[in-house]
Write a protein that binds this ligand. Structure first.
Ligand code: GLP
Length: 272
């Protein structure tokens, strides 16, 4: 795992965006896996800015989102479909027909999930998967106890996740109990996984994911098994890491040739 600790969410998001842009430059038809939630909002704003400046071209990219609530349509204010249109898609030149998000109103959910998996394979697999992390360690909507080999399917959300996400719904409006989510096995097949986590509320989940045992009780810990996982943190989210000094040192001492790991972007000047 590559653990990059930045001063604040803005600098981390900027760095992550430069990395995504470099991946797209290296492979213009890249397939991006996308996440929702508060965490990637700044990353998407940075990507939109890179597009405006002519530094990122999404015209040949395709995207697959991690998840969607069951029972709400694509225009519902809290739907991930609407989130993606508002926070990213309408600001960049990705073709709408190349953006896919599970359909929360699908009649045949198992069939829809199987078709989603097939579509990912048909696109050549996901090159780079963006991830956030839930306070309980979930990735996508893979709640604790999710099979580490799971595929896209229906999941029941925990009470904690529904409470955490109530802020995206209207006052008194119930948060759906179910969601369709890519599985942990699906996520692990992405060629690269980029997880972002900011703020003190994520510090315990981050420490468990990076330094705890690999366990279905803590779904994000599976990233320890991913050959190419990059974790962008701010100081607060990194607050409970035992080895944070080492992670900072590794990043600061990266030999020049290794910085090219980030798709050729030398981001030395962008870090703290
Ligand atoms: C949501 C999403 C996840 C997201 C997580 C954290 O419910 N399904 O993909 O990473 O919870 O959200 P936030 O970034 O708002 O803290």
């Amino acid at each position: 795992m590559e653990i990059i600790i930045c001063e604040n969410p803005t600098s981390a998001s900027r760095l992550a965006a430069l990395h995504v842009a470099a991946v797209i430059r290296a492979k213009p038809e890249a397939v991006l896996g996308l996440a929702t939630g508060a965490t990637p909002v700044a990353l998407y704003a940075e990507l939109a800015e890179l597009f405006r400046r002519g530094m990122a071209d999404f015209s040949r990219c395709s995207t697959f989102n991690l998840d969607e609530y069951v029972g709400i349509g694509r225009d519902h204010p809290a739907s991930f479909s609407r989130f993606m249109r508002e926070k990213l898609f309408r600001h960049i030149n990705v073709l709408p027909e190349n953006t896919r998000i599970p359909d929360g109103l699908a009649g045949d959910i198992p069939g829809h999930c199987a078709a989603y998996e097939k579509a990912i394979s048909a696109a050549g697999g996901i090159d780079l998967q963006i991830l956030g992390i839930g306070a309980d360690g979930h990735i996508g909507f893979n709640e604790p106890s999710s099979s580490l080999a799971s595929r896209t399917r229906l999941k029941t959300l925990t009470r904690k996740t529904r409470e955490d996400n109530a802020r995206f719904f209207g006052r008194g409006e119930p948060v759906p109990q179910h969601a369709i989510t890519m599985g942990i096995g699906t996520i692990m097949e992405a060629r690269e996984a980029v997880l972002l986590a900011f703020g003190e509320a994520k510090a315990q989940a981050v420490a468990n994911a990076i330094e705890g045992p690999v366990s279905a009780s803590n779904p994000a810990s599976i990233l320890q098994m991913h050959p190419r996982a990059v974790i962008f943190l701010d100081d607060l989210a990194a607050g409970l890491l035992q080895r944070s000094d080492y992670y900072r040192e590794v990043f600061e001492q990266k030999p020049h040739w290794q910085r090219g790991d980030f798709g050729g972007v030398v981001f030395w000047e962008d870090k703290r």
